[in-house]
Design a protein around this ligand. Structure first.
Ligand code: GLA
Length: 389
């Protein structure tokens, strides 16, 4: 892929000067959903699919962007003097947001760029194609300007900052962190309250990770996402009237049951319940995986989906159909929606010998019930973002 991006770059922008190439993966979250903005734990991993970038610094402040995924848009021209916060019209919002964030964080971007991108993460699938573009841009800027003091964690934080403040999505740190810090064959057990983390090998012994993409685009999802986030913030504020606690992620299930009546609306109570129980499930799931108890890991994945469906209400009929059909298939260890929800993908752990049947059975039931096809990807866990040699 790297060579195709480089070729495309030379054709569009010429081959002179120093052209450098970068990669950032997509991510899938195995368990710990909607916990990252509640001070809880998440357990995502980086994928081997992602975003490739070829870049060259310019002598002026111009920006020329081209995405091989959006050929019709052609070369999008802009400049470092045109940061349209919240009002960018296309994918260039993500690299521009990152350039803006670098400036805000004290690492000025004073020279423009010619950039070509190609991504093999399905867009809008919930596998974090936008965070991948942010992080690949961050790795590029750090390299091009020699900002050696910037760590990969910083790049993740700058990416989140740009998403929150430039693009108006109040996301947590999970996606950018997983993409920046991923490690081959490992998932990251991240405590979002202090960003401490640990790598845990994903040893599935005879099974693989299958991603089923609903092909329902998120669209309105972003506003629903922000709504869930504020419901949790309100619930926390209500609990804080009766108990000293910094985040929902600090509570055990028992502690939550003792204070839950402080939350005055039943809806907010369900939202907070999900955040607390999902966090505890994530801790248990990682313990299970470390003990090679894949069956228990799968059960916790299934319980995560039920909670996201009934208490957090972010699944919808497309994701529910994919998961319910998956649960019927032989060889399925666990299956749940992954990412923000409202569309996007599910993640399933499926015994290798049953994968063909799984794709066939879930695929045809989905098409029949929903009216259009789902896509399936058998994925590998890869490394985090970096410079391509
Ligand atoms: C999106 C956000 C993440 C996280 C998930 C839900 O992917 O970007 O920060 O909140 O949703 O777990």
């Amino acid at each position: 892929m790297k060579n195709q991006v480089l070729e495309c770059f030379k054709k569009l922008f010429g081959g002179e000067g120093e052209i450098r190439t970068y990669f950032a993966p997509g991510r899938v979250n195995l368990i710990g959903e909607h916990t990252d903005y509640n001070g809880g734990h998440v357990f995502p991993c980086a994928l081997t699919i992602g975003t490739y970038m070829a870049a060259r610094k310019r002598d002026d402040r111009k920006l020329r962007f081209y995405s091989m995924n959006f050929e019709k848009l052609g070369v999008v021209e802009s400049s470092l003097d045109q940061f349209l916060m919240g009002a960018e019209k296309n994918w260039t919002a993500y690299p521009k947001g990152m350039m803006w964030a670098f400036g805000q964080k004290g690492f000025p971007v004073e020279q423009g760029f010619d950039l070509v991108l190609y991504g093999n993460i399905p867009n809008g699938s919930g596998l974090s194609s936008s965070a991948s573009v942010e992080v690949v841009t961050g790795v590029m800027l750090k390299d091009m300007f020699g900002y050696d003091s910037i760590t990969m964690t910083d790049i993740a934080l700058f990416g989140q900052y740009s998403e929150n403040h430039y693009n108006g999505v109040n996301c947590g740190i999970m996606d950018q962190f997983a993409i920046a810090m991923g490690k081959k064959d490992c998932a990251i057990f991240l405590d979002t309250s202090d960003l401490s983390y640990e790598y845990a090998p994903v040893k599935l012994e005879g099974a693989r990770i299958v991603i089923s993409c609903s092909n329902k685009k998120r669209g309105l999802g972003d506003s629903k996402y922000n709504e869930r986030r504020s419901e949790c913030e309100m619930a926390l504020a209500e609990i804080q009237k009766v108990k000293e606690v910094k985040s929902l992620g600090e509570l055990t299930e028992e502690e939550f049951e003792q204070v839950k009546d402080a939350i005055k609306s039943p809806i907010r109570q369900k939202r907070a319940k999900h955040a607390v129980y999902e966090n505890q499930r994530t801790v248990k799931a990682v313990t299970a995986l470390k003990a090679n108890d894949i069956a228990l890991f799968g059960e916790l994945m299934n319980a995560s989906h039920v909670s996201l469906r009934d208490d957090y209400e972010v699944t919808g009929k497309e994701l529910d159909t994919l998961v319910e059909e998956a649960w019927k298939c032989p060889g399925v260890i666990g299956s749940r929606m992954t990412g923000a929800g409202f569309g996007g993908c599910t993640v399933s752990i499926v015994r290798t010998e049953n994968i063909d049947h799984f794709i066939e059975a879930v695929g045809s039931a989905y098409k029949e019930k929903i009216g259009y096809a789902a896509d399936f990807y058998v994925v590998d866990v890869g490394d985090g973002a970096g410079i391509l040699a």
